[in-house]
Design a protein around this ligand. Structure first.
Ligand code: PRT
Ligand code: ZN
Length: 300
């Protein structure tokens, strides 16, 4: 068995919005995980990759300090930590290496739904409650707005009701929390999603090769989600029109059909979902025997 120095350690959220998705993505990359009794650790059985289960806020620090080689965490947490380190005169010792396309949300300013908002100048000399002090201050400074930042570790949306702030700066996904609290969204400071970060400390050649392999597999996992394999028959003369109609496909495979030289079979990988309308348009262009199949794995 490899020594622990040769195993890749990935920090992932222990319990929260990113937990299930993070582990699911890794399992789709072929990693088989066993959870330790204390539930703080997952051992990779078939690859030298282990997970450390922690609070999301601790992930950039663990990667920065080289305790973990990689981390899966929201870009909002990454950027807040980067600015916090910068404010302390330090460089973040992690870099973003992959965007995972889940955990989408935005860090946005919001205020009472019944109050008029005339753009960011409305924030001048106002109190803004947030958990993202550095991202907010950075936004205010770059827009030359003077406002008071009020730190809230959670439940930021109730700050105006408590009389503690005039506006809030918080994560929004569906917008229903804002609506339930009688608020409306204004400017967006950051569009966020879950990302993979890697330590800036150099990894051994073997470890770096494994990280590259993992990132390539993650890329494959993202690509197959929407991809479909489409097969159809068509007259050779309809080929140019059909090629135009195939959504997001590269050069299709064209195979002659036994006994009917004027007809061909066309096979193509479509990197977008194939909707009924597309099939109907293909049929109208002369296609028949249409078949759409899910794609299980893909390696570029
Ligand atoms: O315990 P730990 O510190 O690990 O977890 P946490 O409670 O700090 O984080 P968690 O699990 O709530 O969120 C983890 C990450 O999920 C965040 O850092 C974001 O990157 C991402 N994410 C995506 C969200 C949301 N969507 C989201 N909607 N994080 C929080 N919210 C909250 C938001 O703060 C607000 O209270 O949901 C509410 C708004 O949601 P809507 O749908 O009503 O707009
Ligand atoms: Zn957290």
């Amino acid at each position: 068995m490899e020594s622990s120095q040769q195993r890749i350690k990935i920090a992932v959220q222990k319990t929260g919005r990113l937990t299930e998705h993070s582990q699911d993505m890794l399992e789709r990359c072929g990693l088989k995980l066993t959870r330790s009794k204390d539930r703080l650790f997952c051992y990779g059985e078939n690859m030298p990759i282990d997970l450390l289960l922690v609070r999301d806020d601790d992930i950039p620090g663990l990667v920065s300090e080289d305790v973990c080689d990689l981390g899966i965490v929201g870009l909002n947490v990454v950027e807040e930590k980067r600015l916090e380190l910068e404010a302390a005169g330090q460089n973040a010792m992690f870099k973003q290496v992959f965007a995972l396309d889940f955990g989408h949300c935005r860090l946005a300013l919001a205020g009472p739904a019944d109050a008029e908002y005339g753009g960011i100048s409305s924030l001048e000399n106002k109190r803004i409650a947030t958990s993202y002090v550095h991202l907010l201050n950075n936004f205010l400074n770059s827009n030359s707005i003077r406002a008071e930042t009020v730190y809230f570790s959670g439940a930021v949306e109730i700050a105006p009701k408590l009389g503690k702030a005039d506006y809030i700066c918080d994560l929004v996904s569906t917008g229903s929390t804002l609506e339930a609290n009688g608020m409306q969204q204004h400017d967006v400071l950051l569009e966020s999603e879950a990302v993979v970060i890697q330590t800036r400390a150099p990894l051994s050649d073997e470890k770096q090769a494994l990280v590259s392999r993992l990132l390539q597999r993650l890329d494959g996992v993202l690509q197959v989600r929407e991809s479909k394999y489409i097969m159809l028959h068509a007259p050779r003369s309809a080929l140019p029109r059909i090629r135009d109609l195939l959504p997001g496909s590269e050069a299709p495979t064209v195979v002659p059909l036994e006994g009917t030289p004027e007809k061909v079979a066309i096979h193509a990988v479509c990197r977008e979902n194939v909707f009924w309308e597309t099939l109907e348009n293909l049929k109208a262009a002369g296609a028949s025997s249409l078949l759409v199949l899910p794609v299980e794995k893909m390696l570029a």
